[in-house]
Design a protein around this ligand. Structure first.
Ligand code: DGL
Length: 246
């Protein structure tokens, strides 16, 4: 099976990593819109327009399924993308929420969502989690983490200061939804900040569970062919992939 993975930039490689570890696909076509990242600061119309251009790209590859690793795209553009494609498209928000549900938390658990500004503004996570009966939800836009991760700063003083800036007034959550492709790369630092107590929900692991349970996809490939494409500086993205995926 040939799957497409779409992200605004390099962050979706965190989802690719989870797919590779499980050997779910024979081939992955990754497309990062590196010329226009970040999406998380853009408005609804722009996010949809860029996402439809990505569909035009993937329509050339005869894929069986498209995963939009980008939470911001998943929050705004899936219905429009589905209208213009001949394959199934799955986003990371529904699977992230499913993963949260599978953790057996009580409805009073303190759930923190961190994501880009656009994802938080869309209210997608907040509304759907609330509809499931959880009543103690907080959500913060933590967009500064995106360039920090792009810079490869997965630990250290700068990240510590930004975490302090965003998290200092928060009570330790029971679960944190890492609602952005980039955040799994700093999940250790985030977990340490809260003394390793919260459960972290990671889009990559969530999508793997979703594919196995809802699409009946099994771990069957020892090796997956990975082709990386980008709208700008594809060599740079391939270098990042070599270091993140090793
Ligand atoms: N890929 C985006 C997301 O998961 C983060 C980076 C961006 O803002 O484009 O929301």
């Amino acid at each position: 099976m040939r799957v497409g993975v779409f992200d605004s930039g390099a962050g979706g490689l965190s989802v690719v990593k989870a797919l590779l570890e499980e050997g779910l696909f024979e081939e992955i076509i990754y497309y990062g819109d590196t010329a226009r990242v970040p999406y998380g600061t853009k408005d609804n119309n722009t996010i949809v327009r860029y996402s439809l251009e990505a569909i035009e790209f993937f329509n050339n590859f005869n894929i069986d399924l498209l995963i939009t690793a980008c939470n911001t795209v998943s929050a705004y553009a899936l219905p429009q993308m589905r209208k213009q494609s001949y394959y199934d498209i799955i986003g990371v928000i529904a699977s992230g929420i499913e993963a949260l549900e599978n953790r057996g938390l009580t409805k009073n658990s303190n759930i923190l969502i961190i994501a880009t500004k656009s994802t938080i503004t869309s209210q997608r996570y907040q509304k759907e989690i609330k509809e499931l009966g959880y009543n103690n939800i907080s959500a913060i836009a933590t967009g500064l983490f995106v360039p920090i991760v792009e810079e490869g700063l997965f630990e250290g003083k700068i990240l510590d200061e930004v975490m302090e800036y965003y998290f200092k007034d928060l009570k330790t959550p029971d679960a944190i939804i890492l609602g952005c492709t980039h955040f799994p790369l700093i999940s250790n630092a985030i977990s340490n900040y809260f003394n390793n107590t919260p459960i972290l929900i990671h889009s990559g692991e969530a999508i793997v569970q979703h594919l196995k349970s809802k699409f009946n996809i099994k771990n069957s490939f020892k090796e997956t062919k990975l082709n990386i494409y980008a709208s700008d500086n594809v060599d740079g993205l391939r270098k990042i992939a070599n270091s993140w995926l090793s």
